[in-house]
Structures are given as structure tokens and as C-alpha cells.
Design a protein around this ligand. Structure first.
Ligand SMILES: *Cc1c(COP(=O)(O)O)cnc(C)c1O
Length: 219
């Protein structure tokens, strides 16, 4: 099947109200254009340099989402290029985004990344840290970032029970954040292998790569 066919199939499997981020990391501009011609406008990348290069080369009505781990010294390249930063995993990073967005005279939409997996390698706030931050008045001082919601990645495992539990814990936290920050209405969870479960647990945005574009080549 072609990329366009995989894209249609994936889209048709999503309920209304769930946004599809087509994760195009490592994929060529030709692959992305195929998905674009099939109607896709939201794409996700996990490396700043790759995102910026693709944004420069490809149609300007694409919304680029930064879904990977972001280092503070790279924030300046993303501001004004990225529609949504999913992986904000520290207050320092948030402050840097605020500073750079302020210099550019814009407001940057961000998701706070929460560590929900048992794996030690995944980035993010833990639940207590996140709650403390959102309940504090420290966010109101940041005039150039807008917290649009939360993002998380479940453990990479076949254990559906565990993955469901992790998504559920993120949804619970999301409901709490949403009550405090009404503009935080995005819950980004679910990838090729686990997105139906993520949707069942309340996801509003899924990040799907290999199911659309095929497996990735890291060379
Ligand atoms: C690569 C990636 C995805 C997409 O993964 P697939 O399994 O290919 O769907 C989703 N989210 C993040 C943060 C990623 O880095």
C-alpha cells in the first residue's frame, strides 16, 4: 500500500475530535509531499535541524509539531517555525521558550510532557512536579507561552494492561490541569502501536509515524 492509502486508513480509524500528527522524522520530502497531497497538513518531527530544513523546503500551510526532546540552546531556531512544541519537560525550558517567543513578538503553544512510563529513559515531569507547577503562579509570569495541554509516552511493551494504566494516569492529570487552565485542551498520547488504546483512554491528539510512512531508516 502507498503512503496515501496508509494515511487514509489511519484517518478513518480515528474518531472525530482526535487530531492526527503524521510523524515524518527520517522521511524524505517526497514522502511528506505524498501525504500532503492526500490532505495531511500536520506533521511531527523530533529533531530541530530536520524540522527547520523541512519547514523551509515544503509548503507553508503545513503545521510543524516538535515532538522530540528539546534542548534549550535550540529553542531559538524553532520559535516562529513550529506550531506546537509537545515535549516541554522542564520549567527552565519553558522559560527559554517564553524568552525567545517574547523576542519574536509571538506566543508559543506548548504541551507539558509527563513521565508516565516505567522506563527510566523517557523524559518529562513527574505528576507531583507538574501539579505543583500548574497550581503555582509561576506560569502566569510567562506571557509568551500558552500551555495547551499534556503529552506522554507509554512504556514500549505488549502488556496492554500496563499501557492502559499509564494512559489513564495521564488522563487523570490532564483533567486536573484542564480544570486549572481551561485553554489546556490537548492530550497528546498514542503512537502507531498503541493509539487505539490511547484514544479509548481520552487522547485528543495521536502521533503516528511508521503506520503511515513505513518503518524508519536510521542511517
Ligand atoms: C517517533 C515518535 C512517534 C511515532 O512513532 P511510531 O511508532 O512510528 O508511530 C510518536 N511520538 C514520538 C515522541 C516519537 O518520537
Amino acid at each position: 500500500m502507498s503512503i496515501a492509502q496508509h494515511l487514509h486508513e489511519t484517518r478513518n480509524s480515528l474518531p472525530e475530535g482526535v487530531t492526527l500528527v503524521a510523524v515524518s522524522k527520517t522521511k524524505t520530502e517526497a514522502d511528506i509531499l505524498e501525504a500532503y497531497r492526500a490532505g495531511q497538513r500536520v506533521f511531527g518531527e523530533n529533531k530541530v535541524q530536520e524540522l527547520v530544513a523541512k519547514a523551509e523546503a515544503l509548503p507553508k500551510d503545513i503545521q510543524w509539531h516538535m515532538i522530540g526532546h528539546l534542548q534549550r540552546n535550540k529553542v531559538k531556531y524553532l520559535v516562529g517555525v513550529t506550531h506546537l512544541i509537545h515535549g516541554v519537560d522542564s520549567e527552565k525550558l519553558l522559560q527559554e521558550i517564553d524568552k525567545r517567543a517574547g523576542q519574536a513578538g509571538i506566543v508559543m503553544d506548548c504541551l507539558l510532557q509527563v513521565h508516565i512510563a516505567e522506563e527510566a529513559t523517557k523524559f518529562g515531569f513527574d505528576a507531583d512536579e507538574l501539579t505543583a507547577l500548574v497550581e503555582s503562579d509561576r506560569l502566569t509570569a510567562l506571557k509568551h507561552v500558552r500551555i495547551r495541554g499534556l503529552m506522554g509516552m507509554a512504556t514500549f511493551t505488549d502488556n496492554q494492561e500496563q499501557v492502559g494504566r499509564e494512559f489513564r494516569s495521564l488522563k487523570t492529570l490532564f483533567d486536573r490541569v484542564h480544570a486549572l487552565l481551561p485553554g489546556a485542551d490537548i492530550l497528546s498520547m498514542g503512537m502507531s502501536g498503541d493509539y487505539p488504546l490511547a484514544i479509548a483512554e481520552g487522547s485528543t491528539m495521536v502521533r503516528i509515524g511508521s503506520r503511515i510512512f513505513g518503518s524508519r531508516n536510521y542511517g
